[in-house]
Ligand binder design. Structure first.
Ligand SMILES: [Zn+2]
Length: 232
């Protein structure tokens, strides 16, 4: 009985130390406008091997499955879905993949070397849904961070995270580092964070003060708090 009371006391004290969060900050908001998914097409340059064809089909299937999910996780109320989304496969590219208004361009050399890298397709597909018209020059890190946040924390949450050096890293490093920071801040402070950042990028009026507005802390202070949780 005494032990039970003590446990209850400890639990109550721990609860009292946490500032109460409103429900809106705890739940993941979703956009529920009536979306369609674009028709996903495949275009392979040159003589396609059976392995490339099979990979392309699987990638297309991942896009059909995940497009509607990602659309709901971002501030896409006014997003205009393209009729078609084309996966172009090219023998060699300087990067694994990139996105243009014509769709995705994917390196066959890369997928031959890394046949498990469908996450890269989801990252690029997320850019197609972000579709920011006028990204402020200094917000590129956030655009990449959101795409990797979708990839690593929703599409493949069990895959190994990209590692970074906490002594040298910055939230402006983009990609996996920014994604880890966003995921932590979402969990700790406000589940609306990525959605609100995305909304600001769509309006082309993002600035760092938005972090403080949503979490109560300036982005640099948040980063210091996050980095203290990362193992060295
Ligand atoms: Zn990217």
């Amino acid at each position: 009985m005494i032990r039970h009371t003590l446990a209850l006391l400890i639990a109550t004290t721990a609860l009292a130390q946490q500032a109460p969060k409103p429900l809106a900050a705890l739940r993941m908001p979703l956009t529920i406008a009536d979306f369609k998914t674009p028709e996903v097409k495949i275009d392979i340059e040159g003589e396609a091997t059976p392995a490339t064809k099979a990979w392309a089909e699987e990638a297309a299937q991942h896009v059909r499955e995940w497009w509607p999910v990602v659309v709901r996780m971002l501030s896409t109320q006014d997003f205009k879905t393209p009729d078609q989304f084309v996966l172009h496969f090219k023998p060699e590219l300087k990067v694994p993949a990139y996105r243009t208004p014509e769709g995705l361009f994917i390196s066959i050399a890369w997928i031959t070397k890394r046949p498990d890298d469908f996450g890269m397709v989801i990252h690029e597909m997320t850019h197609a849904i972000q579709d920011y018209r006028r990204t402020p020059r200094d917000a590129g890190w956030l655009v990449e961070g959101i795409a990797d946040y979708i990839r690593y924390y929703h599409y493949e949450p069990e895959s190994p995270r990209p590692r970074f050096n906490p002594d040298k890293a910055s939230y402006r490093d983009a990609y996996g580092t920014t994604a880890a920071f966003l995921a932590w801040a979402m969990h700790k402070y406000d589940r609306r964070l990525v959605r609100e950042l995305d909304a600001a990028l769509r309006r082309a009026d993002y600035n760092d003060a938005l972090f403080e507005k949503l979490t109560g802390k300036p982005v640099d202070a948040l980063w210091q708090e996050f980095i203290a949780t990362v193992k060295r």
